[in-house]
Ligand binder design. Structure first.
Ligand code: GLN
Length: 199
């Protein structure tokens, strides 16, 4: 693959930030709102936002099954925050009708860091990067349980949530609880681009 095209699911959430991050990395970046746009992509980013809303909109725009299908057939995908929830096989504290596209053998807990603390930030060591990333968490999920095939990429180091898993990879899928698309450090997107090029 020479220059891959990476889509960003553009139904709701922080789509622009992801498109901007990908744009700095020399890949094609495409907002995906319809099945034909998904077909034009080699990989997909699922942004932060609201996982239940995004899943419902994906149904309305007839993207839900196509995304699920492509993921099953090996399309690389990267989910951040709500996007991590959409890639999870199992969700705790979801709504009764919460649906996910799945693929990652993980259980996530929605809004896990406590309802009083809507957001916080901190520096995290991240597997594959030689210095910490500054991580921004906004009503973020954490990973409660991982299957055998899942590699843990980052955990929280300080405070009450210390030890909680906040970034994972399984084969062609990657996810973070936080928002690496915010700010100017695009090293995590760059890891995803490497994964896409290797696939
Ligand atoms: N709490 C949101 C959800 O459950 C995720 C928050 C985010 O993506 N910043 O979907």
């Amino acid at each position: 693959m020479t220059t891959p095209t990476i889509g960003v699911l553009a139904l709701q959430g922080d789509v622009r930030e992801h498109l901007r991050a990908l744009g700095t990395l020399g890949v094609g970046a495409l907002a995906v709102r319809r099945p034909s746009e998904l077909e034009a992509c080699d990989a997909l980013v699922l942004p932060g936002g609201e996982s239940t809303t995004m899943a419902k909109l994906a149904r309305t725009f007839e993207l839900f099954e196509p995304v699920r299908d492509r993921i099953k057939r090996g399309m690389p995908a990267f989910g951040t925050c709500a996007g991590m929830i959409l890639l999870a096989e199992r969700v705790e504290d979801g709504t009764a009708d919460q649906e996910t596209m799945g693929g990652l053998d993980i259980t996530v807990r929605r809004n896990a860091f406590g309802r009083q603390v809507d957001s916080f930030e901190g520096d995290l060591a991240f597997a594959g990067l030689d210095s910490p990333v500054h991580a921004l968490f906004i009503r973020a999920p954490w990973v409660e349980q991982v299957g055998e095939a899942v590699q843990v990429l980052a955990t929280v180091t300080h405070g009450e949530a210390a030890g909680r898993i906040v970034a994972v990879r399984q084969d062609h899928l990657m996810a973070t609880s936080f928002h690496p698309e915010v700010g100017a450090d695009h090293r995590i997107h760059s890891l995803f681009v490497d994964l896409v090029k290797q696939s």
